[in-house]
Design a protein around this ligand. Sequence first.
Ligand SMILES: Nc1ncnc2c1ncn2[C@@H]1O[C@H](COP(=O)(O)OP(=O)(O)O)[C@@H](O)[C@H]1O
Ligand code: SF4
Ligand SMILES: [Mg+2]
Length: 338
Amino acid sequence: MTQSTTMLEVRDLKVHFALKKAGLLSEPAHVYAVDGVSFDVKQGSAYGIVGESGCGKSTTALALANLIVPTGGEIILNGQSLTARTRKEMKEIHKNLQMIFQDPYSSLDPRQRVENIIAKPMRQLTNMDEAAISRRVDELITKVGLRPEQKKLFPHQFSGGQRQRIGIARALAVNPKLIICDEPVSALDVAIQAQVINLLKLLQKELGLTYVFISHDLAVVQRLCDALSVMYLGRVVEQGDRREIFSRPLHPYTHALLTADPVKDPTQRGQVKRLRIEGDPPSPINPPSGCHFHTRCPYAQEICKQEMPILRDVGEGQRVACHLVEIVNNKPVSPVSL
Ligand SMILES: Nc1ncnc2c1ncn2[C@@H]1O[C@H](COP(=O)(O)OP(=O)(O)O)[C@@H](O)[C@H]1O
Ligand code: SF4
Ligand SMILES: [Mg+2]
């Protein structure tokens, strides 16, 4: 298969959490954590999802990994819908889809030796015998840059970077095709981050893996991802190829994110006009009407408060959800409604 084959299709994904009712007669409030997210991930690529804390990245990841049930929408892996599957079918799907979590301290069971942590998915999802599992544990530990004898140790005996390597070995154990990485390096020092990213890149090449890579750090996404979606309060505001978005961010929010975290590539420095936004995102419990970004957007007009902008194709595969994308960017882009 080549990179042009779509491995994962996410269509209008919604995850709304009902909160406890304030009173007997009141309607329960909802957190609109993910509210209509769509994107495609190509076989063998790394797809980034970026946005500030609370914008719905982890909830998206958990829905993709089937760890929470979506309120609506569809997730299609290799042409098969992940909704309403039997237990047996879900087992098959989990073999192809594994997850690496943000916190290497809490995501590994502290009472288990590393060999059991890595063996667990093989015991749960395959018919491998213990001898084969043991051989595979040794192979995986070596693959992620640790030594086989370290398998007898417990998680607390490792550094943060080493623990994340154990998390990677566990995710690789059942030979998945797709790995959902939820901020896998955010808890690590910058120098260690680089090592783990390099390992992920190496494994991707060697094993032909596909990644959905979630991060609030644009520099990390820029190093690893081929394409990305930028999220704001549960919705995608811009998506497209990494090169296009980093060199020509068209949504005011993407623009602001790039300005807040200046692009590390010196050839691109100075090309992005600075745009500052103030404050934190509003609550996803009662998100602002129309364009969710209107309360912080320096370009907002009346229409932005009234109508929700849809993601429009603005050329080169780049899609932007902004009523005023042409005016804001002061150049003609030919919008095609989807
Ligand atoms: N189980 C839950 N119940 C209620 N609200 C939740 C739950 N999980 C997440 N949220 C809320 O959903 C929003 C999105 O959270 P999350 O997906 O963790 O964002 P991110 O990973 O981008 O920081 C946040 O406002 C968060 O508080
Ligand atoms: S739709 Fe309006 S408020 Fe939203 S990003 Fe565009 S200009 Fe800003
Ligand atoms: Mg998160």
